[in-house]
Ligand binder design. Structure first.
Ligand code: HEC
Length: 252
């Protein structure tokens, strides 16, 4: 029994040495890799030539019109655009406007003039960059939530209402837990515009009768105008194979 075991292990050792060689032995063959790591792989090394592409370069040129992150991009001048948006500002710096911090604490207050245009801009930007998750009234019910992004929070709760503007600015700039950073996508003044608009949204969802000027309170009792048309089933008509009616040209 023991003899058989010794014999087998001796044979196995000889076989292993014959196949793999002695430890430390140098050779010209590629070493055996039982579990290959990613040391050897097909890849393009930075700045190295590659004959895969017609121009022989491994690295590709940036696509035309590529804008480096952090670059102050001149914005096309449109008539009537607010002055503060004459350049697309992605500034970084130690000040409140760029960090939301005053010293070591979150500051509060909107550091750009809060005008009707700013709020309008904030509404537009909020609807583009926040509403799909947080919902049009920031109640946390955007379309992304309905499709499974379960961690989206309502911005209408007391914690966010009381949160310093600077902390919200920081959340937009750098993200928070499962919310990614929007700093690279939203200009600094637009971030503040969004916060100003978010404050208006919060106010709108918690308004009391005392917030309505006395002379307008009676209006609240009136039935709403501009009711959306009632939904009704489309009339069942056989589809006709006719070219669509052209709108009539205005008569002179
Ligand atoms: C892709 C979805 C998504 C978008 C877009 C998005 N958020 Fe969020 N946001 C989240 C999620 C998810 C959380 C919850 C993060 C957590 O705590 O896990 C969150 C949390 C927050 C919070 C609370 C942070 C805290 O301290 O608890 C604020 C404020 C906020 N978002 C503001 C915004 C604003 C303003 C925008 C638009 C610029 C925006 N979010 C865009 C997903 C999103």
């Amino acid at each position: 029994m023991l003899r058989g075991f010794l014999l087998i292990s001796l044979l196995l050792t000889i076989a292993a040495v014959a196949l793999l060689g002695f430890r430390g032995e140098k050779g010209t063959n590629e070493p055996w890799e039982i579990f290959p790591d990613m040391v050897r792989q097909m890849k393009v090394r930075a700045q190295a030539p590659l004959n895969f592409f017609a121009d022989g370069r491994g690295s590709r040129m940036p696509v035309n019109g590529t804008v480096p992150i952090g670059y102050e991009m001149p914005k096309p001048q449109t008539a009537g655009a607010p002055e503060s948006h004459s350049v697309a500002g992605f500034s970084v710096g130690p000040d409140y406007i760029d960090t939301g911090k005053m010293g070591n604490n979150w500051g509060t207050g909107i550091p750009v003039p809060v005008t009707a245009e700013l709020l309008e801009r904030g509404r537009e930007r909020f609807n583009i960059t926040c509403a799909m998750c947080h919902g049009a009234t920031a109640a946390g019910n955007g379309i992304a939530k309905q499709h499974g992004l379960a961690t989206v929070v309502t911005l209408q709760d007391d914690r966010i209402r009381k949160m310093a503007d600077g902390e919200i600015f920081n959340t937009i700039t750098n993200g928070k837990n499962t919310m990614m950073a929007y700093g690279p996508n939203i200009m600094v003044t637009d971030r503040w515009a969004i916060i100003a608009y978010l404050r208006a949204l919060q106010r709108s969802q918690s308004a009391a009768i005392a917030d309505v000027p006395p002379e307008h309170r009676a209006d609240l009792e009136k039935p709403a105008e501009n009711k959306p048309p009632e939904a009704k089933p489309a009339e069942a008509k056989p589809a006709e194979n006719k070219s669509p009616a052209k709108p009539e040209a205005p008569k002179k």
